[in-house]
Design a binder for this molecule. Structure first.
Ligand SMILES: [Ca+2]
Length: 321
């Protein structure tokens, strides 16, 4: 579950190792680290002097990376001045502190001073070490004020930040092998791995003690999955498991094993010939082993007498009409 990971006890930019705060500008007393000092009143706010264009960044430390789920801003600064409140900005992530990726964009946030608002990120699949709130406009004052900034997310567990499986155009799915190995000798089999991601849903998988398991996942076209979407349930006593990912095949391409008869294992007849035009329905006349293609990117495979499968941009089908 995402949790708040920014510090809120700072008395200086580096007072809480390993966190380090930096800002684009600040004025006396109202220093940058005050967005992480817990207090939202009095002098305990950051005020930037960039004429409405300022940023504040947090480095969470070497070896740390978080998947940002949401963030909260307590606006104002100094006197809860609503004119100093941020209006337009991007929330950004970085792993080197110099190259930034936009994680969330907001504009037109008006009418707040001293108020705390929550902003939910969507589609963030990569964990970052650095986070930066990059303000491009405030609500009209020469100074920009912010009382507190909260960052909510999950700590990277050491699994790959993102494996970035994105089938290219024309590929309908890719198959992953997820190998899960129980490392606790008392593993009782109740632990499981479950994976949810764009375009895929896989139910819980039970893993026996000390074993590994391959799970084939069909990934929809243009879907991306991340190790961050993988969770390993724990049983009692506590158990651990690790998972690795690898692409073992790309469906939509003709695999060698579909051609080599001796290697086929129930996947239908060996490919024989090309035939044109492509079948209009899944029950058009056809000889097992025939294949065809059309301009829309579909390919057709006659897997049994007068029975065709179609794989294309719309996915796999053996029942179209
Ligand atoms: Ca503060």
């Amino acid at each position: 579950m995402p949790a708040e990971f920014a510090p809120h006890d700072l008395t200086g930019y580096t007072s809480h190792s390993p966190f380090v705060v930096t800002v684009s500008s600040e004025v006396s007393v109202y220093l940058g680290f005050r967005v992480f000092d817990l207090t939202a009143t009095g002098n305990n706010a950051w005020i930037g002097s960039g004429g409405g264009v300022d940023w504040v960044a947090l480095d969470t430390g070497s070896g740390n990376a978080y998947l940002l789920a949401s963030y909260q801003i307590t606006a104002g600064g100094g006197t809860d001045n609503s004119a100093r409140a941020v209006r337009d900005w991007t929330m950004e992530g970085s792993n080197d502190g110099s190259s930034w990726t936009v994680l969330d964009t907001r504009s037109g946030e008006t009418g707040w001073g001293g108020e705390t608002r929550t902003y939910t990120c969507s589609g963030v699949v990569t964990a970052y070490r650095h986070f930066r709130l990059n303000v491009t406009a405030n609500n009209g004052d020469a100074l920009t004020g912010m009382a507190e900034l909260y960052l909510i997310g999950d700590l990277d567990t050491g699994l790959p930040a993102a494996i970035g499986i994105s089938p290219s155009n024309g590929q309908q799915a890719q198959v992953l092998t997820v190998t899960v190995t129980g490392t606790d000798t008392s593993f009782d089999g109740s632990s499981a791995v479950s994976i949810d991601g764009t375009g895929i849903t896989v139910g819980a998988v039970t893993v026996a003690s000390g074993t590994s398991l391959d799970v084939e996942l069909l990934i929809a076209n243009d879907a991306t999955i991340s190790a961050r979407t993988l969770t390993v349930a724990t049983g009692s006593p506590a158990e651990t498991a690790t998972a690795t990912f690898s692409v073992i095949a790309a469906r939509g391409n003709i695999d060698y094993d579909q051609i080599r008869a001796s290697a086929r294992t129930g996947n239908g007849p060996q490919l024989l010939t090309y035939t044109f035009p492509p079948p209009a329905t899944s029950s058009d006349a056809g000889t097992p082993g025939q294949i065809s293609f059309d301009a829309a990117g579909n390919w057709y495979w006659c897997y049994d007498t007068d029975l065709w499968a179609r794989i294309g941009p719309g996915g796999y089908s053996d029942s179209w009409s």
